[in-house]
Write a protein that binds this ligand. Sequence first.
Ligand code: PMP
Ligand code: GLN
Length: 387
Amino acid sequence: MARPAKRLDGIPTTIFTEMSALAVATGAINLGQGFPDVDGPASVVERAVTALRAGENQYAPGSGILPLREAIAAHQARHYGLELDPGHDVVVTTGATEGIAAALLAFVDPGDEVVVLEPYYDSYLAMIAFAGGVRRPVTLRAPDFRLDVDALRAAVTDRTKLLLVNTPHNPTGTVLNRDELQAIADVAVEHDLLVVTDEVYEHLVFDDHEHIPLATLTGMFERTVTLSSAGKMFSFTGWKIGWATGPRDLVQAVLGAKQWLSFSSGTPLQPAVAHALDHESDFYVGLTRSLQDRRDQLCAGLDKLDVDVRVPEGTYFVTTDVRRLGWADGDAFCRALPERAGVVAIPGQAFYDDLEEGRHLIRWAFCKEPDVIAEGIDRLSAADLRA
Ligand code: PMP
Ligand code: GLN
């Protein structure tokens, strides 16, 4: 009687739930799930408190309150020169997670193929499946995790409907460069494909790397839905306020699906995020600077452990290969880690179809305070990590 629907067959519990529960149960330091341990700007919290007290507590419009849509449009114009009509080209979502769900439900029919970068963020797998789509992964291969343009071209068939892109890329930390983005654009235009691009880490880019929104390339705006989120930009991952932007017809289709998922997103948080976008851009500049230091701190610590470390160009994750420690299976490594070292990390294989590529990869988060990272490194250094 209680048998779940077939669409849940093969859809696991998300690895983030599993690993954060393991961290709580064992008291381990959580270098797994990507959430900062310090909140975003106080002024933004104050704006939310004001909204709560001022009676901004009933349903917002499905597309989001106008001041937030205006602030999102202004952000896209200011940073990227993208001109959006806040009336029709912007929809507020319940985190980028709902943006992903709504976009895939809006555009993917059963049997449609979705070309997706692998490793892929785990909700892509679930939502492509819920939509009845067929995923066609294009692997970013270690050690550099760059786009293989031939593999991208080979993945496209006459059943391909949509390219699902993520840059800066979780979990590899790759920031797609202009040549890679141009290759994606060429394929999309040549085959007349839709593109959904998840750019939630758009500001978290290090050294001299640059985030280039796919929608800014010639011929791309009209076929691209861009997703982002205040969770990553302002360190409010628990607020679940994200957005989808793009041309009116595509964004209105996303809204057409979103209205049946949540109808609308948390009202009092919306003026607060509008305030953040309009007045707190210094926050993500400072966050990126400090994340770069913490990236270097974690990478230096991991380097000493006899694992291969790939220094990320963006996001707040670093990937290592643990085979030199004698582990062929990163999942087994991560399940042993709390007991061995009092640390939790994420097995990269949760993000792969091609297990030969991902089985031995581990993702570590550095969006934690420096003393937490230092303690994590101390624990890892003191532990016996060999298989
Ligand atoms: N996309 C990527 C690549 C992510 O890493 C995350 C994780 N936060 C999300 C989407 C989901 O974002 P949100 O928390 O805003 O739903
Ligand atoms: N995006 C975060 C990560 O990759 C967590 C998101 C989630 O827990 N669903 O760790």
